[in-house]
Design a protein around this ligand. Sequence first.
Ligand code: LLP
Length: 440
Amino acid sequence: MKLLGTMQNMDGVLEIGGVSVINLKREFGTPLYIYDLEFMEKKIKDIKKTFKSEKFKTTIVYASKAYLSKGMAQIINKEGLHIDAVSGGELYTILSSGFNSKNIHMHGNNKSYEELYTCVQNEIGSIILDNRFEAEVVAQICKSLNKKMNVMLRLNIGIDAHTHEYIKTSKHSSKFGESIFDKEIQDIVKNIVEKEELNFLGFHCHIGSQIFDEMAFCEGVSIMVQFTKEISDKLNIVIPEINLGGGFGVRYTEEDTDADLKKIMKKIIASLEENLEKEKLEIQNVTIEPGRSIVAQAGSTLYTVGGQKKTYGGEKYVFIDGGMTDNIRPALYSAKYESVVANKLNESKKELVTIAGKCCESGDIISKNTKLGKCTEGDLVLVSCTGAYGHSMSSNYNKALKPAVVFVKEGEAFLISKRESYEDLIKNDCVLPEKIYNID
Ligand code: LLP
């Protein structure tokens, strides 16, 4: 496993942020999500430093779906980044953290009336409209509250970008946004612009996630700039902003390219400047929405080894005390991870094993056929790069307790979320009335 961020081998025991995993296990138990705060702050600073231009302002919006807690929102607020939400729950968490509401942006392809109402009431930074119908609802809410709302329109620009490839104009059936190829698109925009309750800022797109191909982003930039120019000319309006979404790829294992985030940022800026010049378009602000690239590598999951088993079929299993409930990505996307025996880093004997969880599900696997140091019951296995879409997609399947989350930095560990308790699992369960539940 590649040691990431502040990870260090201290006489065979892994330290993150200057805290040994043995101490983390003792204080907080396992499974445990550990975030390397210094590393996360470095990622943020790298993006802030490189996503910059002299031709326009830039805004970095953290895509909170990658990982969100009140503590995380506080870090994002402290670093001066904006944040997005795609649900009432994310919005509630962010607002509860005391986040500057002007720096919150609301996404979602099916926002409820209540969610939109909360946005307008709290005067958040902007709502990214998914479609023509949503514009009507937001305008109506604004009217009733006597407020004006900044809006953008999400576009489907016809790029389907996958992990290592992108196929132009093939993704016309996505559920997100309005298509730039829709023959009514100009009227849809005109309708939004004409609503006096709405302040139209411009267009948004997001071409996919875990993208390594810089050319896919540049292709996106070119289409967005051309489209913005075309609409502003046809409607004779000034469109001040462009939002390019997130999706910047991250190295999980040696199979991935070691994506250079700073290089990608610089490339996007260069492509923007070139395209704006070519189209003779002036833009005041360009936004990006990184999620994974800020938190993925900063987060790891610590587990305790339980039993081990060699099956009749020859598979060697190492069982850990978590699994698909705290990391669904291997089961859902065949995602791959690297891992180590974190309290025996100097163990030279390695075995090819499958790390499996404790759920009643054959697909409950964290790493298939991975090289792991020899370990026994009670040892600690650390899986790296679980910081994005691990905690945020966790579940209570088999009534598993969601693990605690800690941030570590300079020798200290800060509890960000407590481990769930059994009481938490049943706190919303109601008791049936006697007329239904009668065991006599
Ligand atoms: N902006 C929008 C509108 C998005 O839909 C997303 C991610 C992002 C920004 C952030 O993308 P990122 O920089 O994190 O790639 N659950 C999947 C990822 C789904 C991404 C959904 N949208 C996974 O575990 O790989």
